[in-house]
Design a protein. Structure first.
Ligand code: PEP
Length: 248
């Protein structure tokens, strides 16, 4: 059994004070840890302060991006080691907004996955098709391509240390969620691909998250699917009451 993961991607939202207030309320909402694994991904500026609030609690801390180098002349970038020092245990890699707005391709994403693992961070590796690719019937081919290229230089052991988030681009921030059946079909395909690449046991243990306009009203139907082990949630994770409803 894979423990359900509820991860909130705050994107470029919340000041340090707002992030701390959210984390304080989230921590205080549970006398004992919830059944789900809970992760929040605040903006870089708030990581250190949020880490202090959640230290020793059930809440995991994720960054939203990292640079693949350990250090150097990369103005405006941040390394895995720096994120670890700030208190992160996870990092989102390959989010469609990074791919679309910042030109991150599969090869670069592969380097970032390696850098995250080297730094001791658990990557949340995002993949997903555009509306056009889905309409042209190319969803599985695209997913396979992103898996193959992104994971090219990773060992089976490395792949076993990831979480993979299936996020159809057409569903991110649009209010259009994939139906549970539609999402399940792709999740099943991803697990099958990982089983072929790494063997059935690591594939069966790999957390596969769905992302794309998940809300408190739609999450139960998605999590009821056998291959959907959690959610990577943007908009609906910004309000603490909404986030608490999704954790359950
Ligand atoms: C995301 O940021 O990964 C995401 C899925 O956003 P939203 O839930 O707002 O669609």
């Amino acid at each position: 059994m894979i423990r359900t993961v509820i991860a909130g991607n705050w994107k470029m939202n919340k000041t340090v004070a707002e992030s701390v207030a959210f984390a304080t309320r989230l921590r205080a909402a549970y006398a004992s840890p919830p059944a789900a694994e809970v992760i929040i991904a605040p903006p870089f500026t708030a990581l250190h302060a949020v880490a202090a609030v959640i230290r020793g609690s059930f809440i995991g801390l994720s960054a939203q991006n990292l640079h693949e180098a350990q250090k150097g002349a990369f103005t405006g970038e941040i390394s895995g080691g720096m994120l670890r020092e700030a208190g992160c245990t996870c990092v989102i890699i390959g989010h469609s907004e990074r791919r679309t707005h910042f030109g991150e391709g599969d090869a670069r994403i592969g380097l970032k996955l390696q850098a995250a693992l080297t730094a001791g961070l658990k990557p949340i590796f995002c993949i997903g098709e555009s509306l056009r690719q889905r309409e042209e019937g190319r969803t599985e081919a695209l997913i396979e391509h992103q898996l193959k290229e992104g994971l090219k230089n990773l060992s089976a052991d490395d792949i076993g240390r990831l979480m993979i988030a299936y996020e159809p681009v057409w569903a991110i921030g649009t209010g259009r969620t994939a139906s549970p059946e539609m999402a399940e079909e792709v999740h099943r395909f991803i697990r099958g691909w990982v089983a072929q690449r790494c063997g059935p046991e690591p594939a069966a243990a790999l957390p596969l998250l769905y992302g794309g306009s998940v809300t408190p009203d739609t999450i139960a139907g998605l999590l009821a699917q056998p291959n959907i082990n959690g959610g990577l949630i943007g908009g609906a994770s910004l309000d603490v009451d909404s986030f608490l409803r999704m954790i359950g």
